[in-house]
Ligand binder design. Structure first.
Ligand SMILES: Nc1ncnc2c1ncn2[C@@H]1O[C@H](COP(=O)(O)OP(=O)(O)O)[C@@H](O)[C@H]1O
Ligand SMILES: [Mg+2]
Length: 222
């Protein structure tokens, strides 16, 4: 069994008056490096909740999340987030009054991971995502949605992590742009050995995934 990211007997509920509302119970998954996972499910099925737990931003009511054989609680959620997880959101969540270059440098400044020659790493990563040096030095708000999302993906990679979690990353993009973003996630899994987990409504995204996790039915198809 792979030791990368393992979810055991995961349960999450919230208290609604006197009763517990279960979003899910008893989820068991092994996420591996080199694979692209799509989490599918209608709105409200718990996709964002699951990603929040996997990223250490929220905590399950029961069950365990192990990263490299150690529970993320034991690693420490702050440590884990800072050093092991790259996040991509539907609305990009870039700092709007800064350039792509500055957005990546800020992300790098809050990780403990060692990154040499930050400036050239930033330009190389942005270039890898198709953001030229000229665009890298423009305010992010001057870029198109697709470009902003590519900056956000570059940022998620800038801290040298193996785990990329993306919540509806193509929700604001047209089909053609969605395609390039999905190809990028696929490439990151296949060529760069990342573990990429994407929550999505989109069948287009799901088509490219190695593994589809359907939250509504709690089923996993390979
Ligand atoms: N702490 C909470 N209090 C009340 N409702 C919650 C809480 N956490 C999650 N929910 C509800 O749980 C459901 C699952 O939400 P979410 O994970 O955002 O689903 P998805 O991302 O699949 O649309 C939603 O109905 C949401 O409103
Ligand atoms: Mg959601």
């Amino acid at each position: 069994m792979s030791e990368f990211l393992n979810v055991k007997d995961l349960e999450y509920y919230y208290q609604d008056g006197d009763s517990r509302r279960y979003i899910f119970n008893d989820l068991n998954y092994n996420f591996e490096k080199g694979k692209f996972y799509a989490i599918l499910g209608e709105s409200g099925s718990g996709k964002t909740t699951l990603l929040s737990i996997l990223s250490g931003m929220d905590t399950q009511t029961s069950g365990v999340v192990d990263f490299n054989g150690k529970s993320i609680q034991e690693i420490g959620l702050n440590n884990y987030r800072r050093n092991n997880v790259g996040m991509v959101f539907q609305s990009y969540n870039l700092i709007p009054y800064m350039t792509p270059y500055e957005n990546l440098l800020i992300a790098m400044s809050i990780t403990d991971n060692k990154i040499e020659e930050k400036s050239s790493v930033v330009y190389n990563l942005l270039d890898f995502l198709g953001i030229t040096k000229t665009k890298a030095n423009r305010l992010v708000t001057k870029l198109s949605g697709g470009e902003q999302q590519r900056v956000a993906i570059a940022r998620s990679l800038s801290t040298n992590v193996d785990l990329i979690l993306a919540d509806e990353p193509t929700g604001n993009l047209d089909l053609e742009t969605e395609e390039t973003i999905v190809e990028t996630f696929h490439l990151l899994a296949k060529e760069y050995d990342k573990c990429v987990i994407v929550a999505t409504h989109s069948n287009e995204v799901a088509k490219h995934a190695d593994v589809i996790i359907n939250l509504s039915s709690g089923q996993k198809h390979e």
